[in-house]
Ligand binder design. Structure first.
Ligand code: C2E
Ligand code: MG
Ligand code: MG
Ligand code: MG
Length: 284
């Protein structure tokens, strides 16, 4: 794994194609072991009512607890898992872990909120996805209302006709659906109308540029406002991703967007930290 943390290391690191392939191969091999050794763990990030801090739902985000490398972030291994097809093994493990956690919380009397699980494009277009999901949900004894699936706008648009069919099947089973990283892809309005999703998640790159009133004219502000308006007109929930500052929060409140996830409220948290928060129901 390349050291992307040190600014200078990152800046001057120019891997040759061979180095990149070697690294990818090493991560792939290690990832195969990680799956066997059950080193993949879920963290949970709250989505909150930004006015009250009430926890409305959670997003499950996978981390890799490597014995030597420590906690590896998904940006370092999910793209490789997607490129190598390993995501088709990781996806079901993630979903099962989320379902089992929901079941455990329920058994412990913890107030359960819906948990959103990310689906990669490879998973979305895999045969029998709906049945595979149904099996896991059935095995673990949770209900579709406990779960939401996030697919990126780009993944959904990749084969839009198929995506409409697959997502409709999931929706009919009772799962909630959201379009992730919205605004970075190229969803046409006509297709957006046909996708049976309930929520749009504003990509955090847009929020990142809203930091003060002076920025009120930037393109990002225009885009965020447009997405919020789109949501209102199409009857979709809007979730703002990557809210880090009070200025961003106030901007969202002023523009009638009341649901967000971001470091201002809480980072993705391990089970032992998120559980007490769920008991209080609030991040503030
Ligand atoms: P995503 O689904 O768009 O998840 C949101 C990402 O934004 C998470 O990064 C989260 O930690 C980060 N984030 C949330 N709030 C803030 C904030 O205020 N500031 C900043 N700087 N970041 C914030 P994370 O956990 O590193 O995950 C990155 C991506 O990896 C995810 O993006 C998703 O595409 C993928 N991923 C993570 N877990 C899974 C999984 O179980 N399955 C699949 N297929 N993909 C996953
Ligand atoms: Mg997501
Ligand atoms: Mg996102
Ligand atoms: Mg993303």
């Amino acid at each position: 794994i390349a050291k992307a943390d040190g600014r200078h290391t990152y800046r001057f690191y120019t891997a040759t194609l061979n180095q990149q392939l070697l690294e990818q191969f090493q991560v792939e091999q290690a990832l195969r072991l990680a799956i066997e050794r059950q080193e993949l763990v879920l963290y949970y990030q709250p989505r909150v009512n930004i006015a009250t801090g009430a926890i409305l739902s959670l997003e499950a985000l996978v981390r890799w607890n490597h014995p030597e490398w420590g906690l590896v972030q998904p940006g370092r291994f999910i793209p490789i898992a997607e490129a190598t097809g390993l995501i088709l093994q990781i996806g079901p493990l993630v979903l099962r872990q989320a379902c089992e956690q929901i079941k455990l919380w329920r058994a412990e009397g913890v107030p359960v909120v819906p948990v959103a699980v990310n689906l990669s494009a490879n998973e979305l277009y895999q045969d029998n996805l709906a049945q595979r999901i149904q099996t896991i949900v059935h095995d673990t004894g949770v209900t579709p209302a406990d779960l939401e699936f996030e697919v990126t706008e780009s993944a959904a648009m990749h084969s839009i006709e198929k995506a409409v069919m697959i997502l409709s099947a999931l929706r009919e089973q009772g799962f909630s659906l959201s379009l992730d990283d919205f605004g970075t892809g190229y969803a046409s309005l006509s297709y957006l109308n046909r996708l049976p999703v309930q929520a749009l998640k504003i990509d955090r790159s847009f929020l990142a540029e809203i930091n003060s009133a002076e920025d009120a004219l930037t393109q990002s502000v225009t885009i965020v406002k447009a997405i919020i308006g789109l949501g209102a007109n199409l009857g979709l929930h809007i979730i703002a991703e990557g809210v880090e500052t009070k200025e961003q929060r106030d901007f969202l409140i002023n523009h009638h967007c009341f649901v967000a996830q971001g470091y201002l409220f809480a980072k993705p948290l391990p089970v032992d930290v998120i559980t007490p928060l769920l008991r209080t129901g609030n991040v503030l």
